[in-house]
Design a binder for this molecule. Structure first.
Ligand code: TMP
Length: 211
C-alpha cells in the first residue's frame, strides 16, 4: 500500500515521553506547511475511544487476555477506516501514539500470545497496513513506570502489571526493531527532551517528498 501521505508511529513502554515528542514533531511539520493528523491507539475515532475506555481502566486481571486483544483489534479497524486511511489518502502526515507494534509487544511478547497468529490478524483486520517509520522510544521500565505513575491517572491497567511484564514488552519492541531496520529507528528516551526532538526530526527526514 502506498499513499501520498506519511504514516509515522511512536512506540515504547509506559512513561517514554511519546506524547510530548508527537506534539513537537507535529509543530515542526506544520511549520513546513504540511497537514498533520495526531492520533493514538487504542483510540483515535469515536468508537475506538469508547473501546479505549474499557480496555485501559480497571484492575490488571479484570479483562481476559483474548478479550483485550479483540478490543485492541476492533479499535484499530475503526481507527484505520475512519481516520488513518482518509488522512493518508489526502496527503497528510499521520503521527500515531502506538499502533500494531504495541499489539505485538504487549499481547505477543508481554502476554505470550502467538506472534504468527497476531500477524495473521493484522492482515485480516487492516490489510497489513504498516507505518512508513516507527520511532521506538526505548526506556528502562523501572524509570518509565516511575514517570508514568507520577500523576496517578485512571488509565493505568497496564501500568499495574508486574515489572517482568514490562521488561518482556521492552525486549519485544527491541526484537521487532531488529527485525525491521528499514522501518524502525530506536532512540534513547532517557535524554533531554530537545535532544530527542532533534533526533526524531533527523529520523523522519528521508520521508519528505522530493522538492
Ligand atoms: P497509552 O496509555 O500509552 O496510550 O496506551 C495504553 C495502553 O494500551 C498501553 O499500556 C499499551 C496498551 N496497548 C496494548 O496492550 N496493545 C495495543 O495494541 C495498544 C495499541 C496498546
Amino acid at each position: 500500500m502506498s499513499f501520498p501521505g506519511r504514516f509515522i508511529t511512536f512506540e515504547g513502554g509506559e512513561g517514554a515521553g511519546k506524547s510530548t515528542q508527537i506534539e513537537r514533531l507535529a509543530r515542526r511539520l506544520r511549520d513546513r506547511g504540511l497537514e498533520v493528523v495526531s492520533s493514538r491507539e487504542p483510540g483515535g475515532s469515536p468508537l475506538a475511544e469508547e473501546i479505549r475506555h474499557w480496555v485501559v481502566r480497571g484492575e490488571p486481571g479484570a479483562i481476559a487476555a483474548k478479550t483485550e486483544l479483540l478490543l485492541m483489534l476492533a479499535a484499530r479497524v475503526e481507527h484505520v477506516q475512519q481516520r488513518i486511511l482518509p488522512a493518508l489518502q489526502r496527503g497528510a502526515w499521520v503521527l500515531c501514539d502506538r499502533f500494531v507494534d504495541s499489539t505485538w509487544a504487549y499481547q505477543g511478547y508481554g502476554r505470550g500470545m502467538d506472534l504468527t497468529m497476531l500477524h495473521q490478524w493484522h492482515h485480516w483486520t487492516v490489510d497489513g497496513l504498516l507505518p512508513d517509520r516507527t520511532l521506538l522510544l526505548d526506556l528502562d521500565p523501572v524509570i518509565g513506570l516511575q514517570r508514568a505513575g507520577r500523576d496517578n491517572h485512571p488509565e493505568s491497567r497496564f501500568e499495574q502489571e508486574a515489572l517482568a511484564f514490562h521488561q518482556r514488552v521492552r525486549q519485544g519492541f527491541l526484537c521487532l526493531a531488529q527485525a525491521a531496520p528499514d522501518r524502525y529507528r530506536v532512540l534513547v528516551a532517557a535524554q533531554a527532551i530537545t535532544q530527542l526532538e532533534e533526533q526524531i526530526w533527523m529520523a523522519v527526514h528521508d520521508l519528505f517528498p522530493d522538492p
